[in-house]
Design a protein around this ligand. Sequence first.
Ligand SMILES: *Cc1c(COP(=O)(O)O)cnc(C)c1O
Length: 401
Amino acid sequence: MNTTAALIETEYRLGAHNYKPLDVVLSRGEGVYVWDMEGNRYLDCLSAYSAVNQGHCHPKIFKAMMEQAQKLTLTSRAFRNDQLAHFYEEIAALTGSHKVLPMNSGAEAVETAVKAVRKWGYEVKGVAENKAEIIVCSNNFHGRTMGIVGFSTDPDARTGFGPFAPGFRVVPFGDIDAFRAAINENTVAFLVEPIQGEAGVIVPPVGYFTTVRELCTKHGITLILDEIQTGLGRTGKLLAEEHEAIEADVTLIGKALSGGFYPVSAVLSNSEVLGVLKPGQHGSTFGGNPLACAIARAALKALTEEGMIENSAKMGERFQKGLTDIRSNIIKEVRGRGLMLAVELVPEAGGARKYCEALKQLGILAKDTHGDTIRIAPPLVITAEQVDWAVEQFAKVLASA
Ligand SMILES: *Cc1c(COP(=O)(O)O)cnc(C)c1O
């Protein structure tokens, strides 16, 4: 049976229940829209957690993928392929990075950075063996591996999964004094999101990252910005660090690096950090494969050549203003940057989930997070008419409550 109900039942019966998705079964996507099995159309306001910034099934990325898939998909890094150098060149030129290390998932990019920066700490900074410390923030989200959930502060993410690796120190996000106080001679890195996405689109206080950058430079600490969600146009800039006029030493990107076609991530480095990795010390069978590189090249090209970053800034402002203008006694706050937006509801609203269900009825797919917050992150190709229509639907759902 191939009905919506049957597929949901089968998923429930055979799949691990590590997600609780809305009951909509999607079978097609194009641009900002996705369609369910009954043919209902929805405006996608999640964009696969910002992996489809370029819009669903972008034709040029699709073409690059098909052409490469017919020629060569995987060589492993034991041999070279004719796409990797081009990918390095293009991503380095775009981001001003000096070194690139390609991986697959975002979590792998984070793990790679943690490994590299520890080794850098011992070999370059001179930290005593096994004493390296990395400062992270409370309510962080950096992925789901054992290494990463060990320094999460979310009980769901970590409870029951220990024992965890030592070497991480947690400070409140946006609190510069706490960061300063956590620094010691063993601190090798500060790993942080420019805007905390999973935590509910938390924008830090103005000037926070300027001081973070100064402190990192002063104390020889590698600033690792996890731009896996904020990067590649989501906040209206290529990288969110540009809003703060700073440069990270290490930048992590993933998600939209492939426009949603394939898992591709990368560690970008401005310092000598990636230089400490020698042959045999790190790798990945699929990392840097020609299919991934061809897709990433096309995804970056679409992002920059089709004006998606500028559109994100413009449409983000329009969307945020539209949401801010909604008169509703259940909206606590509208916040975000570019097209990385959130509406936080007051506790009396009874949770964001039921409003996401109501939005779904009106043709909008959005995600509730942390109980009271609705995240809004449509593909960056959204038009003014589509933004205005979306705002109307939000107004219907939130004003009527
Ligand atoms: C999604 C995300 C990750 C993890 O990426 P995966 O591809 O799911 O492993 C890491 N950091 C941030 C900020 C993310 O949003």
